[in-house]
Design a protein. Structure first.
Length: 189
């Protein structure tokens, strides 16, 4: 019962939040969803039960879906609990949901191995920022030391590899689907 009341309050909060974010008054939204402003006010404040047909009309007027209005407020859709995966001196924690979202994968890497001799090439671009330690980035015949607080972005059509310099380094990286396959292997679940 308490869970139903929490969801009810969340739906009312979402309706009001979306209305206010659009800069609409109660009158504006009421006109768009064909309800009276007083009915809409009572819905937002919890003084009136929300009928399904009203909820559908309100969602449509707000430019959202019923699913988004009534979706659970559980943290599982927000909090990611990554698990480290250690392969060849690199521990990887995926920080984005399973599979590339919006074409990118976000990961934290702890690198303990030196830069490999073999340089790789793949389509796309890579981006990383160094959280701790120093990363050696090899781009073709150039060797670049990337320090904490610095970031690197480069075309991955340039032969490249990276590794740790004088101890472990941690980076946060954003990879497109080609970079994800090249650096992290096949899509993981």
């Amino acid at each position: 019962m308490a869970q139903d009341m929490e969801l009810d309050a969340l739906v009312r909060q979402r309706i009001r939040g979306l209305r206010v974010a659009r800069g609409w008054s109660l009158d504006d939204l009421a006109a768009r969803c064909r309800l009276s402003p007083s009915t809409l006010s009572r819905i937002e404040t919890g003084h009136r039960r929300i009928a399904l047909d009203q909820l559908v009309s309100i969602a449509r007027a707000l430019g959202t879906t019923l699913d988004h209005l009534v979706g659970s407020g559980v943290d599982d859709d927000v909090v990611i609990r990554p698990h480290g995966d250690n392969v060849h001196g690199v521990t990887t924690w995926l920080l984005s949901r399973e599979g590339p979202r919006h074409g990118v994968t976000v990961a934290k890497l702890r690198i303990t191995c030196p830069v490999p001799d073999e340089l790789r090439v793949h389509p796309g671009r890579d981006w990383f920022t160094v959280l701790s330690g120093t990363v050696v980035l090899r781009l073709g015949d150039r060797t670049i030391l990337v320090q904490p607080g610095e970031a690197a972005e480069f075309s991955t059509m340039a032969p490249h590899a990276f590794g740790a310099h004088d101890g472990a380094a941690e980076i946060l990286c954003i990879l497109d689907p080609d970079g994800q396959r090249a650096h992290l292997g096949p899509a993981r679940s």
